[in-house]
Design a protein around this ligand. Sequence first.
Ligand code: NAD
Length: 498
Amino acid sequence: MRAIGNFIDGRSIAGDSRRSGRVFDPNTGAQQAEVAFSTAGDVDAAVKAGLRAFPAWASLNPQRRARVMFAFKALVERDLDELAYLLATEHGKVRADARGDIQRGLEVIEFACGIPHALKGEFTEGAGPGIDVYSMRQPLGVCAGITPFNFPAMIPMWMFGIAIACGNTFVLKPSEKAPSVPVRLAELLLQAGAPAGVLNVVHGDKEAVDALLAHPDVRAVSFVGSSDIAQYIYSTGAANGKRVQAMGGAKNHGIVLPDADMEQVVRDLVGAAFGSAGERCMALPVVVPVGSKTADDLRERLVPEINRLRIGASTDPQAQYGPVITAGHRQRIEDYIRTGVDEGAELVRDGRGFTLPGHEQGFFIGPSLFDHVKRGMKSYHEEIFGPVLQIVRAESFEEALALPSEHQYGNGVAIFTRNGRAAREFARTVNVGMVGINVPIPVPVAYHSFGGWKRSAFGDTNQHGMEGVRFFTRLKTVTARWPEGDVGDQGFVMPTMR
Ligand code: NAD
């Protein structure tokens, strides 16, 4: 059995824990590796490695750190096929989607290649007589990232790409369900020229996470995962004096106005609801058609498209989506489908009980479609995170706008329409952090920033782009006086610029 260990100070290390987790191939349901769970001692070793590496790395000029990022990007691109295969057979997403996972992470690395520009400070010449004021952004020290199973490449790169380019060192605690690709990325960053200790990976569960949250030398914690854990990370990290950003779960709505291009909407919806088996925080699991005619038309067009979906092993190039991450997660999705039925929603298509011939033990589940889902239903209120699309009918634009605005989650939302004024009004007023206009999955490009509202994010700085740079640096402002001649007594009153 393959053993997956930590990566600390540039070396693979088995760790001293006797606890470990099972890593599956979701296509076959068979265990393919064993991952060692870190103790507080392992975490301390990783943080210490980061501390040792920090002074030299932080004082390297930003252009030289950027060169490491350029080299890292080239190495990841060289190994893209191998990494995508590893990711697909550990996570279950199809190969093209696995490549997309890595590619979207690389786009953040491309942004990090321009870090000298992003780190430039501000300067005011002549703020007073002989006085100049300038500000600079400096790295924090050792930063930590705790990531979910569903984007094993992209989300770690969101975090360490920016943090390390800014001059920090990093300890990554990836999901114990898909731990292999993050280790490969750390090995490649070392090969790209990052000194040992700049990027360390510790595996594990709550024990490792709690050790990071409690460690006095961890300056900042970036988290992405489910909302209850995000809130716990935010409050515990903040109580321990750390800077924290913690992204949580989602329930994204797609609003369909009567004038939308229905053919396009159906194609977009099917991809956004069922792609990656619905295991995306920017998936569109809720569709809100406005008016009963729009709803009936949409439903009629959706059913045959859903029936045509090809579910297959993640290694099947024809498959549109693969298995979910674990048997336990599949059970959770099936439980939500039962809840939806019990609550009185109409189950138009039932994906439960699906088996893929030749992969009977794999963690597959067919696509499900619900109609007449209502506010107040548990299956609507909570995140299912599976291939389940729910139709919530609205009578008016105002009612449709209120649904995502009043939902507990506020990650992403999309509106489909040809009416620019309605789209503009929607984008301006909806109480959600990321909005798509005729774009089903509005994940911002790397040089903008990613983050939801309400229970989808705790903390006030988003991921990557300039928000990421601000999160992983702190501002220092210098007021310097080089007067000509004697400036006299400064006195005891607060200095002002008169
Ligand atoms: P999760 O919350 O179970 O796990 C995330 C991380 O937290 C993992 O590294 C895990 O080991 C750790 N963890 C789990 N339980 C913990 C505990 N009790 N104490 C401390 N740490 C703990 O999430 P997941 O199932 O891996 O990922 C799916 C979730 O992530 C979904 O809710 C999805 O919406 C969300 N997600 C959000 C975003 C976003 O940017 N908003 C992006 C991707 C995924």
